[in-house]
Write a new protein. Sequence first.
Length: 92
Amino acid sequence: MPVSSAITGQVMPKLIRFVVINSIIGMLIGWAIAAGLLWMNISGLGDMFMHSDAKPVVIALLFMSFGVTFGFAYLATAVMLMPTGKDDFDRL
């Protein structure tokens, strides 16, 4: 089922949709892990964050680095596990 853009009304290509969806899923996983590290205070990371004077900078650096890393890792895994046959690929 093609996905159309709300702005232009054009259909998004299947490969672009595949990359965007898998990157977003990976970023969400990375953000959840970063939040878990802060919440569980692993290696005192939560305490360092709470006593920091630059909380927005710390959050931005932590969440951006985890989001990019896990986003690319999830996307790379999805590409490596992508079906190779045309019939299987059409079902994505």
